[in-house]
Design a binder for this molecule. Sequence first.
Ligand code: SDX
Length: 395
Amino acid sequence: MSQADAAFAKGLEGIIAGETTICSVEQGGLFYRGYEIHDLAKNATFDQVAFLLLEGHKPSPAELDRFKAEIRKERPIPHHVTRFLQETGPALKAGTAVPMDVLRSAVSILAHTDPDCQSVAADANLRKAKRLLAKVPTIIGQMQNVIDGRPLVAPETGGDPALDHAANLMYLMSGQKPSPEYARVVDVSLILYAEHDFNASTFTSRVIAGTLSDMHGAVTGGIAALKGPLHGGANEMAMEMLKEIMHDVGEKGIGTKAVDDWMQRAFDTKRKLMGFGHRVYKNGDHRAPILHALGRAIAEKDTRNPGGHAALQWFRLGEQVQAIMLDKKKIHPNVDFPCGLTYFTMGIPVPQYTPIFVASRVSGWCAHVMEQHANNRLIRPLSAYRGEPPRKWNA
Ligand code: SDX
């Protein structure tokens, strides 16, 4: 195909760049391998959804038990990765190293001791996908222990074998076992975050896999892409934005014109408000109301006053910001907005919100890497040249 008759769209907006059987993202609905997101959020667990994404079908009880046993066995991380996290402790505490960057580096060095690293064969890829799914939460958890100056949590087992994925992640991060209610809310957030067809980080992973490079490299690239505030990094930035508004208007300002004035100033300066808008969903993100309802339900019972205010006050502020965005800009919240509020209510450190997104999305990324390797064509689009006309160097 020549440049002349190729389609051009900045940011590949509206361009179909490939085929997939993993996920369908439409204004009409979000489906993982044919299962609708509300059905999954209500009736499935993240362990089941991760199996569905990686293996392509709903696991039987025996398959699920085997899968969970495999993941539990793979939870511990190699000593060289633990040492890296400990050596990066001072930079993490100083804020010069951020958790998303440290997670990206840790996943990259994880490859060096994975016996299947250099293979792109289907069986090797599936083994690596399970190891990454198992080890990312351990990296996140031990990193948080290093930041907080706590001893590592159960380094020899990578947590508590009696805990499922979400609960073990929270246990690793704090040394405290979460309540069943908190564990289920995190579990549903992992289901909602798991997969979303050709979003920027997944497409990044597919481009890397498309050169027949390896899964760890593809996931490392995915983490780098997800970090950006226009993508996964928005869940942290949305909470920081709400903290800024709360600081500026005060708790008494919630529900008053003070918030409208704050938002108008943001509109006047063309500020991008984090947690809002979506390239595909223009009438709302199917996932946002699901997580908002779950987060609000725990906020209504919260007695810890995260950030010095009752959790419900944070939700009231968030709901007022949402209403103004819809009224003035016709822009809906995406999943990152309720995620920030919900994780904040549960006391999860803000810089770990996007790493937790990784702990979930690694299942989608690995499914796409396997799909790309199984039916590959190098991904190499064209560009429209707008530069200088041909000229002589020694003119
Ligand atoms: C995720 O792709 C996926 O599936 C991603 C994801 C997944 O699961 O993988 O869903 C996860 O990344 C969700 C998105 C998280 N990002 C943010 O919340 C960052 C803030 N959002 C915006 O940057 C924006 O909405 C994007 C990047 C998400 C989508 O932007 P588009 O499709 O490129 O739309 P646009 O930037 O061209 O905006 C169209 C108009 C613009 O106004 P004009 O300049 O034409 O006057 O809407 C405005 C924008 O300024 N707009 C916003 C806005 N989002 C769009 N204005 C203020 N705040 C916003 N958040």
